[in-house]
Write a protein that binds this ligand. Sequence first.
Ligand SMILES: Nc1nc2c(ncn2[C@@H]2O[C@H](COP(=O)(O)OP(=O)(O)OP(=O)(O)O)[C@@H](O)[C@H]2O)c(=O)[nH]1
Length: 309
Amino acid sequence: MPVPILLVAGFLGAGKTTVVNHLLAHAQGRRIAAVVNDFGAVNIDAELIAGASDGVVSLSNGCICCTLEGDLLRTLATLLRRDPRPEFIVIETSGVADPSDIVRNLMDPVVWKEAPLETVLCVVDATQPAARLDDALLRSQLRAADVVALSKADLASAEQRAQVRDSIRAIRPAAVVVDAINGEVPSALLFPADLDRVPMPRETESRRPAVDRFETLSWTSERPVRLPRLQQAIGRLAPKLARAKGLFETVEQPGRLMVFQLAGGRATLAAGGTPTPGQPRARIVFIAEMGVLSRAEIDATMEGCVEPG
Ligand SMILES: Nc1nc2c(ncn2[C@@H]2O[C@H](COP(=O)(O)OP(=O)(O)OP(=O)(O)O)[C@@H](O)[C@H]2O)c(=O)[nH]1
């Protein structure tokens, strides 16, 4: 029986992991395997996905649309050999990925026969100005989509949502557009009702480099951070960042993880469970346009967040 693939695309911080998390949390007995791709060397997404210890395969330090394309195909082959076999595979792309390159790879006849690409979902932040969709990478992510989920619909006004919808429709008239709050997308739009039906191969656009516009810089520490200092440091770095996310222990509450997110200019902090043994006590990934941020600046700013060792 072929195993349908759902490809989840969307810009940095749009809400892809939140959608994948919601899907896995509401799998209703379906065996869903997830592959997540973190562009940075430090892996955050797999840990943010509930129940990450089984079923989630993480590919990091590169992008599955280019540098890690071989790893993706090998991962799919391994997943298909699992016993029991997954019923569905969800692939979360990195926010800088051009899905058309991944779609082309997934159309490899051997992969297609066993794991046909069923749906491309593009997650779009409903709170961003509609004009941002004019970006070449975002347009390319939208043009590949069958379904577009307008994330953060709870934070956007009806007018904002209508403007973003109009822009999406102009770029990709064929896509179904739905509002999504906290990752909830109707699963009927994502998975086939009839598992015997094999989807049609897709047309793909010509290849273009996507990842060389952004770079990722990671910072880790074996010491917990002081929360107020971390907040100051993030405040200083934020104007230069396209995205940041991290997991860390604080001096104030050792033994408990906090999750930090900066997406679309909004920073949030949330409780993140208990630390994973063997992992640094603080791990933060910063993503910025090439050349905007230096290693030295990150190190100098972030080292002030921990007590001297
Ligand atoms: N209020 C609100 N916040 C959301 C919603 N969806 C996502 N977020 C928040 O947006 C931030 C980024 O969400 P993620 O799901 O990590 O985004 P992502 O696209 O996976 O990010 P990258 O993988 O780094 O590109 C997190 O702080 C989420 O909690 C939503 O519907 N409503």
